[in-house]
Design a protein around this ligand. Structure first.
Ligand SMILES: Nc1nc2c(ncn2[C@@H]2O[C@H](COP(=O)(O)OP(=O)(O)OP(=O)(O)O)[C@@H](O)[C@H]2O)c(=O)[nH]1
Length: 306
């Protein structure tokens, strides 16, 4: 089954996310690709939705941030877009204060993680604001860093307001936080969609060839169990997980019980809850440096030994 590509557009308030979205939608339209948009805004009314033409499926999430208060609503919207349309890609415009790990987490519902492929987290930086970022609160400075750190593609936007030496210093700053992402200097978030797609492919190719990159990018991994597993062996396995696994979530069946459990794991803390409905046993992993082949082997062994 062809997976729907998902792109997460991240970046602080006013960095140019809507401007980028408009550019991308025009290019997708020219290529006659079927795309949809999920737009999340903090306020009660949508300011940016007129950036999306009427024939493009649009879901809006208002009055909260997808990464905390309205994650359930986000999952419902994403699910219904996937059910109702045959889409090539979905663009998610996040609020300026969203954390990339939380947004990725919200995308990866165990119920439909196999239907999507998150292609890239694209982070926009307002070049001028970045230069003055030390005047922001420490919490916001940290957020800006995290948005850069977890990006696959970084657009250093609004560079029309910078001198050549300021541009060089901005690039240096950003690459010292994340030197694996493709960083591009832009004005009005003007970027060729092909470049966005290829930047991602090129990086994957490099990674597959070398296998030695100590890269920082968030990765997801989905595993489906065919049989129940032994809970003690599963917990042993969890204890040996590297701390670069930020989240695990999904549905599990264990050998000691007929129930299905909702399983959540966040920064080292596992949580099991009995689920009233039966769901396929699927676990979704989100972290850095996920070794897919190794994880798959270990999980299959767990199943065989149970
Ligand atoms: N000078 C300059 N202005 C820009 C550039 N890119 C975007 N803008 C302007 O910056 C403002 C904010 O851009 P948006 O695309 O709305 O930014 P956003 O990230 O969607 O903003 P929020 O939704 O508030 O988080 C708009 O007035 C844009 O026209 C640029 O490269 N240079």
């Amino acid at each position: 089954m062809k997976k729907t590509e998902v792109y997460i557009l991240s970046g602080f308030l006013g960095s140019g996310k809507t401007t980028l979205l408009k550019n991308i939608l025009q290019q997708e339209r020219d290529e006659q690709r079927k795309v949809a948009v999920i737009m999340n805004e903090l306020g009660e009314v949508s300011v940016d939705s007129n950036a999306v033409q009427e024939d493009t499926p649009l879901k809006e999430l208002l009055n909260g941030c997808v990464c905390c208060t309205i994650q359930g609503q986000f999952e419902t919207h994403l699910h219904s877009l996937l059910q109702e349309h045959e889409l090539d890609s979905i663009y998610i415009e996040t609020t300026g204060v969203a954390h990339p790990i939380e947004v990725l987490d919200a995308c990866m519902s165990p119920l439909f993680a196999n239907e999507i492929s998150v292609k890239a987290i694209v982070t926009l930086i307002d070049a001028k604001r970045w230069k003055d970022r030390h005047s922001l609160s420490l919490q916001l400075q940290k957020l800006l860093q995290e948005q850069v750190r977890h990006a696959d593609i970084i657009l250093l936007n609004k560079t029309d307001e910078l001198s050549e030496s300021e541009k060089a210093s901005l690039l240096f700053d950003v690459q010292s936080i994340n030197n694996e992402a493709t960083s591009l200097l832009t004005t009005h978030a003007s970027v060729n969609m092909e470049l966005l797609r290829n930047a991602q492919l090129r990086k994957k190719g490099q990674h597959e060839q070398t296998h030695v990159h100590d890269h920082l990018h968030l990765k997801t991994f989905v595993h489906e169990f065919k049989n129940p597993v032994d809970v003690d062996q599963f917990e042993n396995w969890l204890r040996n997980m590297p701390d670069t696994i930020y989240r695990i979530k999904g549905y599990m069946r264990f050998t000691h019980s007929k129930e299905t459990y909702l399983f959540q794991y966040s920064y080292g803390m596992p949580l099991y809850m009995k689920e009233l409905m039966k769901f396929p046993s699927v676990l979704v992993f989100i972290g850095e440096n996920l070794q897919h082949d190794e994880m798959k082997k270990q999980l299959q062994q767990l199943e065989e030994q149970s």
